[in-house]
Design a protein around this ligand. Structure first.
Ligand SMILES: Nc1ncnc2c1ncn2[C@@H]1O[C@H](COP(=O)(O)OP(=O)(O)O)[C@@H](O)[C@H]1O
Ligand SMILES: [Mg+2]
Length: 238
């Protein structure tokens, strides 16, 4: 579905990502974990065409991705960040936005918006002003908005990190349910191994801008391939 070959990213003469190889298969949710500053968001932005790599190549659905990424490709992806970037309108309009841009009929938009708000347990907030939502509600609306366009690839950058523990737990469970029914191809970034273990079957560990390990979360935890990976994961195994 999405492939990255030998991606490097340099900013201000500093190498932020180095020799990244990555392959995302249709229907899987792949995790990307690493400490703060390890380059997770940078890599996610490159994979989601928000930044251009300094070198390396990207392939989307088997096609090489040109530097000027066409709208036809951009419209196939959705991104959710740590801080929900909702517009200052009603919840309904926020979720409807991507569908309107894609020219869907009003009735279809209404059905889809209602369906996705329901899936994330926020249908009752449909008419509420988005800016009046709690953090957890806002993140639920952001996820509904992302799923509503039925993206070919979904990117989630620390979607629960700003939430308190019980809120986070509830949303993690609901998101796992949605993944089960939709099989949406997803890249999930988190610094929390719990998120990764709960939601992904395969994960990459990023340290200092390099992928240092890859495997199932359980396998990585049980048998970390190197001392540095062991050291990083030690915090989560206790
Ligand atoms: N646009 C940028 N310009 C310069 N440095 C950047 C830029 N974006 C990220 N960085 C640097 O790259 C490193 C990795 O950042 P980031 O990808 O945000 O890490 P993470 O998401 O894992 O916390 C950090 O040291 C950060 O300061
Ligand atoms: Mg980040």
């Amino acid at each position: 579905m999405l492939e990255a070959q030998e991606i490097c990213w340099k900013q201000d003469n500093r190498l932020i990502l180095q020799g990244i190889n990555f392959n995302l298969l249709s229907g899987e949710c792949v995790g990307l974990i690493g400490p703060n500053g390890s380059g997770k968001s940078s890599l996610l932005k490159i994979l989601a065409f928000l930044e251009t790599p300094t070198s390396g190549r990207l392939f989307f659905q088997g096609q090489s991705v040109p530097k000027a990424v066409p709208l036809s490709i951009r419209r196939k992806i959705a991104i959710v960040f740590q801080e929900s970037l909702l517009l200052n309108t009603r919840v309904f309009d926020n979720v409807a936005m991507g569908l309107k841009i894609r020219g869907l009929a009003k009735g279809i938009i209404r059905d889809k918006v209602d369906y996705w708000l329901e899936q994330f347990g926020v249908a009752h907030l449909s008419k509420q002003a988005a800016r009046s939502l709690s953090g957890g509600e806002a993140q639920r609306v952001s996820l509904a908005r992302a799923f509503a366009i039925e993206p070919d690839v979904l990117f989630l950058d620390e979607p629960f990190s700003a939430l308190d523990a019980p809120t986070k737990e509830g949303l993690r469970i609901d998101l796992a349910k949605v993944f089960k029914t939709t099989q949406t191809t997803t890249v999930l970034v988190s610094h929390d191994f719990k998120d990764i273990a709960h939601l992904t079957n395969r994960t990459l560990i990023l340290l200092n801008g390099q992928v240092v390990a890859e495997g199932s979360p359980a396998e990585l935890l049980r048998a970390p391939p190197t001392e540095e990976v062991k050291h990083f994961l030690a915090y989560f195994s206790s």
